[in-house]
Design a protein around this ligand. Structure first.
Ligand code: HEC
Length: 154
């Protein structure tokens, strides 16, 4: 390797090592399922809850299951950004704190997002293929949401 290329390579290596020091707080809540979780507020059948837990809770709850590579920067930064944004928009653990109006609007939004295949994010399903929703799973969630909408009409 000529010296010039070697120095550039070492420079990148040094930057890569240095950014590893930046490790933001992780989204982990070691407690049990909180009393404000959607499953404590609504009747959520097991098949629906398991899909939500597996495919949505990593970004839409207070507990993320972090794969080993999520600790490697700059990946860490992007992952944490998605979690923060996802949680702000919708947090299944905080459903009990949502107003009636907010719940109705989020239920509508869930149907919209999964029917349009916008959720879970493709950047996520590419790395976790098992979280991709099948047609059947989408249908089951949509049917459950419709039931919740009728049961919770004011
Ligand atoms: C990898 C992280 C991630 C996963 C997994 C994920 N989401 Fe999201 N979700 C986001 C982010 C980030 C946003 C904010 C909007 C955007 O960037 O598209 C969002 C937005 C949403 C919204 C819009 C909320 C609003 O206010 O209208 C809904 C609904 C939603 N997600 C539902 C789901 C459902 C249901 C699943 C599981 C089937 C899921 N998401 C899985 C990250 C995620």
């Amino acid at each position: 390797m000529n010296r010039h290329i070697k120095n550039i390579f070492l420079g990148f290596l040094l930057i890569f090592l240095l950014i590893q020091i930046i490790q933001p707080a992780r989204n982990i809540d070691y407690g049990k399922v909180p009393s404000t979780d959607i499953s404590k507020v609504y009747k959520v059948p097991e098949n629906v809850q398991s899909v939500l837990s597996q495919s949505c809770y990593d970004c839409h709850s207070n507990s993320t299951h972090y794969p080993f590579y999520s600790y490697i920067q700059p990946l860490r930064y992007y992952i944490e950004k998605h979690i923060k944004k996802g949680k702000e928009e919708l947090n299944f653990n905080e459903w009990g704190r949502y107003s009636h109006r907010k719940r109705i609007s989020k239920l509508e939004s869930i149907v919209h997002q999964i029917q349009q295949k916008k959720m879970p994010l493709t950047s996520y399903t590419d790395l976790h293929p098992e979280t991709k929703l099948s047609e059947k799973q989408v249908e089951e969630i949509v049917r459950w949401v419709e039931l919740m909408q009728t049961e919770n009409k004011e």
